[in-house]
Design a protein around this ligand. Structure first.
Ligand SMILES: Cc1cc2nc3c(=O)[nH]c(=O)nc-3n(C[C@H](O)[C@H](O)[C@H](O)COP(=O)(O)OP(=O)(O)OC[C@H]3O[C@@H](n4cnc5c(N)ncnc54)[C@H](O)[C@@H]3O)c2cc1C
Length: 422
């Protein structure tokens, strides 16, 4: 419920996403899912006997090199992905975007409107799923799972269930259940909590704010800002990302500040008039950043988690393929995401360090940026190199996981280096 539910595939592309089998597999899943969403909602709505939630179509991606070194190269990767796929898009002059009023020195240099995808409303989608499940006679058990052993699910209230098939799909909370199953201990990458906070906002006068979805490319470490308007002056601003082994319920001031600053400086200062409330959730992030999807060696036990920042978008495609595998019919889940595997690295150490440095120096450049910016970057680079040394990392890891490696929660020796994981 914390998600802005951006339905994005090409807009999530980054330099290098498609150079590794796991990156390609993820992109193919979310691209197929984005295409599936309209029909999927329609078919659920027919079962539920209600109107499908309306999808807001189209997303504008802004390239803002004055804020982040990721923007230009990831924007290029997005354009290339769109061209290669022959996907519908239109280059825009940022000056022509309705309601887009960034600070003059933070105006985007390029913009593209992607027609596929857009956004859905989390409340409407959850309501639809709820009604559909009821109509289908899905029996829901209102209790938390404490552990799973010998094909028996033990609930915290003392009851137990003996299903034929179990799918562990508890988001970031899947980790303790998976690690508690003796046959799987040490065989499945850990799942961490990527705590994210977004803001649900409302403006009494919506005429001064942008009418369409605006976002930046991804900015490393799960960062980047996005603005998702719905109806009646309501909009969603997202989102922070702080990774930890245990859930954190509240945002860090620093990351919330970055979202607010980016929104008001890079999109429009008018947004400051909105009333807002924060919504928090936890992205399930695996030890190598890739999803964990499929059967395990424990008979009847499946896992579907680790979807990071795309889990809602990918849901209909993952669910369809998981059911195909269960029934032995149709396209299955990608090999790259089999849950029992060693965590794989897709970067060499130098590329990993570069990624972490760039993630840590995001922020609007001041006008005297060149000298102070270079000094800051040098200092950050030394810090990041120390963290890599402390973790004993000889290959690169996702920027948001570096602290977990340096603090000894994750272990460099478990990683398959990039030359073996291609
Ligand atoms: C701020 C924010 C913004 C986001 N924006 C987007 C977006 O725009 N688009 C997108 O695709 N994704 C987005 N995401 C990511 C997305 O929310 C996740 O990838 C997705 O929710 C993962 O789905 P899941 O079902 O695996 O886990 P969850 O959504 O976390 O669901 C897990 C479920 O399991 C239940 N559970 C947990 N433990 C137990 C237990 N022991 N027993 C029984 N039940 C349990 C929980 O109560 C919950 O209902 C965002 C995430 C955040 C935090």
């Amino acid at each position: 419920m914390a998600a802005g539910i951006m339905l994005a595939a090409h807009a999530e592309l980054e330099t290098g996403t498609l150079t590794h089998p796991a990156g390609r597999a993820k992109f193919e899943i979310i691209r197929a899912a984005v295409r599936r969403w309209p029909d999927w909602l329609q078919s659920l709505a027919e079962i539920a006997g209600m109107e499908p939630p309306s999808l807001r179509r189209g997303t504008i991606v802004l390239d803002n090199p004055n804020v982040s070194d990721f923007d230009a190269s990831n924007f290029d990767a997005i354009l290339k992905g769109l061209e290669d796929d022959d996907a519908p898009f239109e280059r825009l002059d940022p000056a022509d975007i309705d309601g887009y009023r960034p600070r003059p020195h933070l105006r985007a240099s390029r913009a593209v409107r992607i027609d596929d995808g857009g956004a859905a409303d989390a409340f409407e989608v959850m309501n639809l799923l709820d009604q559909t499940a009821t109509r289908l006679g899905v029996r829901r058990v209102d209790a938390r799972v404490e552990s799973i052993a010998d094909s028996v699910i033990h609930l915290e209230d003392g009851r137990s269930l003996r299903p034929e098939v179990t799918v562990i799909a508890c988001g970031a909370a899947s980790d303790s259940l998976i690690q508690g199953i003796p046959e799987l201990t040490g065989r499945v990458p850990r799942v961490l909590h990527g705590t994210g906070v977004g803001l649900r906002c409302r403006m009494s006068d919506s005429s001064t704010i942008p009418a369409g979805i605006l976002r930046t490319p991804n900015r490393g470490a799960g960062l980047g800002v996005y603005y998702v308007p719905s109806s009646d002056g309501r909009f969603y601003l997202g989102a922070t990302n702080v990774v930890s082994m245990i859930p954190r319920e509240h945002p860090r001031l620093g990351s919330l500040h970055l979202v607010l600053q980016s929104a008001m400086d890079e999109i429009s200062p008018e947004l400051r008039h909105a009333e807002c409330r924060t919504v928090a959730g936890h992205r399930p992030i695996s030890e190598d950043g890739h999803a964990l999807l499929g059967a395990t060696s424990v008979p009847g036990l499946w896992i579907a988690t680790g979807t990071r920042r795309d889990g809602v978008t990918a849901a209909p495609e993952i669910a369809t393929r998981l059911v195909n595998e269960l029934l032995g019919d149709g396209d299955g889940l990608p090999e790259a995401f089999r849950p029992e595997r060693r965590p794989v690295s897709t970067l060499d150490r130098e590329a990993g360090i570069e990624l972490a440095v760039r993630s840590r120096v995001i922020g609007p450049r001041s006008l005297d940026a060149s000298i102070s910016g270079r000094r800051l970057e040098d200092t950050v680079r030394r810090q990041v190199e120390r963290l890599y040394d402390r973790a004993g990392l000889s290959s690169g890891v996702p920027a948001e996981l570096l602290d977990a490696y340096a603090d000894g929660h994750l272990h460099a020796e478990d990683l398959v280096p990039p030359s073996f994981s291609q």
